[in-house]
Design a protein around this ligand. Structure first.
Ligand code: G6P
Length: 605
């Protein structure tokens, strides 16, 4: 999704800006651009291709400067064409980049047209540029502060003006923005990752903050205009670029990294102890009577899986809701409910807003399960559990999902223990199973050649149905999501018991039916559902635990999984579905790591 980089320095800053954009590329974008200040005002290069193309333009056009801003855009208002790419100019005096959505842009555009401003893009961003320009009286910082008071919506912006050659002004409301502190130079970015290699000292701006970068310092004021002292954090973890190694795509690499990611995420402690979730977690867990899980996309499906664990193991009522729905719905708050937000990035706009909404409704206990320790979500929750998936580049989430499941299972077991529902033997058993998971995952990854053979078949289809039951229904949902995201095959998932209430009407030999078949208490029910499919000529592709004894037959294709893995089985069963989606997408020749129209980090609502 959209990314911002900005810098004020005494050296040519273009390569830093381009490198920053390159680091944000994996998030998904459809155009990009960079602007620097010169003696006669800002000049820019923009591209509707990749950052590499922008770099070529910059080189050929000898674009150089000591003060600059850059952007990757994921189109919301207006198509991904050059005119809509950022930086957006106002009267060749001011350049601006923006993440987020301005809701009152139409009203502002009419007002600014009335003042003689001409609009050359379809973006909501252009109103911000002209608005700041119209308010500029020799002080960019003051003009930005005045302008943002008129904006409704979410934004992170970086802006420069030709009359202030060593200044970049930034502001945030609803979209992340960080300041990077250098020596005689300072930076701004939507994610600290963009500035790896330039600095390790960061200030994470808070909602409503406005900052002014100059060569020798950074000024920050809060929403009220009061000087704000923000903590400077040392963030060294962003290291070098992630290498692809022997893999064809990052998604494949990340699927195969899961045993390592899970090893790193499993708590080191030899007991399920509340302290794993942060200081004071024991008291919080003793106070609560239910859970409210909020998330989007794949993270939502990990929440759905967790509901089964939390209710069966810990016997604690659990509600799971899509963040974008919850934030706008009139709900009945329960202050004794623990709000759990799950997110790979920790910056997803809807999840952040849902968290804020829950807090405003009076929910006082919050927990983030997140893969980024410095993210807004971790900073805004009382408790946290960090997954150690490592950076995930592929837009389609894989290792982040399975590590979230490990975190959530740990939560369920911890709550079960605190509530007297887990004896020592069971606790030791679950810990042992968790520690054995990486080895079990390796044996599932070894099924790749068989899955490749299936994927050839799938690549020729336009529709697919995924079935699962109970604990594995969310896994079927995740399998269908993976397939549609990267192969563009229409895929739907159903709890198998619902087949007869609709989807059975779609079943023909042209619609492969993928079935997740663990050897659990619902197996016999699932087998009946499979019969219903076969009776209508449907082709079944079944991932069956070895001990189910389901074998190949007419219209019944089986890949044998290891023996049933009990409650942790979903963590194993999702892996072949990831591989099926991946290889099907490869066979169809799609851009696996950057599927069309999708973004890795969704920082707009
Ligand atoms: C996007 C990504 C998904 C991800 C979802 C939620 O849609 O493409 O892979 O599951 O956002 O993101 P989060 O960072 O909150 O887990």
């Amino acid at each position: 999704m959209c990314g911002i980089v900005g810098a004020v320095a005494q050296r040519n800053i273009v390569s830093v800006l381009i490198e920053g954009l390159r680091r944000l590329e994996y998030r998904g974008y459809d155009s990009c651009g960079v602007a620097v200040l010169g003696a006669r005002g800002p000049s820019r290069a923009r591209s509707v291709a990749r950052v590499a193309d922008l770099e070529g333009q910059v080189r050929d056009g000898h674009l150089e400067g000591v003060t600059g801003i850059a952007h990757t855009r994921w189109a919301t208002h207006g198509a991904p064409v050059t005119d809509n790419a950022h930086p957006i100019f106002s009267r060749d005096a001011l350049a601006l980049v923006h993440n987020g959505i301005i809701e009152n842009y139409e009203t502002l555009r009419e007002m600014l047209r009335g003042k003689g401003y001409e609009f050359v893009s379809q973006t909501d961003t252009e109103v911000i540029a002209h608005l700041i320009h119209s308010l500029y009286r020799g002080d960019l910082f003051a003009a930005v502060r005045e302008a943002i008071a008129q904006l409704h919506g979410a934004y992170a912006i970086a802006v420069l003006h030709k009359d202030q050659p060593h200044t970049v002004v930034g502001a945030r409301q609803g979209s992340p923005l960080v300041v990077g502190l250098g020596d005689g130079e300072n930076f701004l970015a939507s994610d600290a990752l963009a500035l790896a290699g330039s600095t390790e000292r960061f200030i994470f701006l808070e909602e409503g903050d406005v900052c002014e970068l100059s060569l020798d310092g950074v000024r920050i004021v809060d929403r009220q205009g009061e000087a704000a002292q923000r903590e400077v954090r040392q963030v060294a973890a962003y290291g070098g670029a992630v290498e692809l190694g022997p893999y064809r795509h990052f998604m494949q690499k990340e699927i195969f990294e899961q045993p390592r990611a899970i090893t790193d995420t499993i708590p080191q402690a030899d007991a399920f102890d509340a302290s794993i979730f942060g200081e004071g977690a024991g008291q919080v867990f003793a106070d609560i009577d239910s859970l409210l899980i909020l998330a989007c996309g794949t993270s939502y499906y990990s929440g759905l899986t967790a509901k089964y664990w939390l209710e069966s193991l810990a016997k604690i009522p659990t509600q799971v809701e899509i963040a974008s729905e919850y934030r706008y719905r009139e709900s009945v708050p329960n202050p004794k409910s623990l709000v759990v937000v799950i997110s790979q990035s920790g910056e997803t706009a809807d999840t952040l807003a849902a968290l804020k909404h829950a807090q405003e409704l009076g929910h006082k206990h919050t927990l983030a399960i997140c893969n980024v320790g410095t993210s807004a979500m971790v900073r805004q929750t009382e408790l946290s559990f960090l997954t150690h998936a490592g950076r995930e580049i592929g837009v389609a989430s894989t290792k982040a999902f399975t590590t979230q499941l490990v975190a959530l299972f740990t939560l369920a077991a911890t709550l079960a223990k605190l509530r007297g529902r887990l004896n020592d033997e069971q606790e030791a058993g679950y810990l042992k199973q968790l520690r054995h998971l990486p080895a079990a995952l390796n044996s599932v990854l070894a099924l790749e050649p068989q899955i490749i053979a299936w994927s050839e078949e799938f690549s020729r289809k336009e529709h697919a149905l995924f079935l699962g039951r109970g604990l594995h229904y969310p896994i079927a949902l995740e399998g269908a999501l993976k397939l549609k995201e990267i192969s563009y095959i229409h895929a739907e998932a159903y709890p198998a018991g619902e087949l007869k209430h609709g989807p059975l009407a779609l079943v023909t030999e042209a619609m492969p039916v993928v079935t997740v078949a663990p050897n659990d208490a619902l197996l016999e029910k699932l087998k009946s559902n499979m019969q219903e499919v076969r009776a209508r000529g449907g082709e079944l592709y079944v991932f069956a635990d070895t001990d189910t004894k389901i074998v190949n037959g007419e219209g019944l294709h089986v890949i044998r999984m290891p023996e049933h893995y009990g409650l942790l089985s979903p963590i194993l069963h999702v892996v072949p579905l990831q591989l099926l989606a991946y290889h099907t997408a490869c066979a169809r020749g799609t851009d696996v790591d950057k599927p069309r129209n999708l973004a890795k980090s969704v920082t707009v609502e």
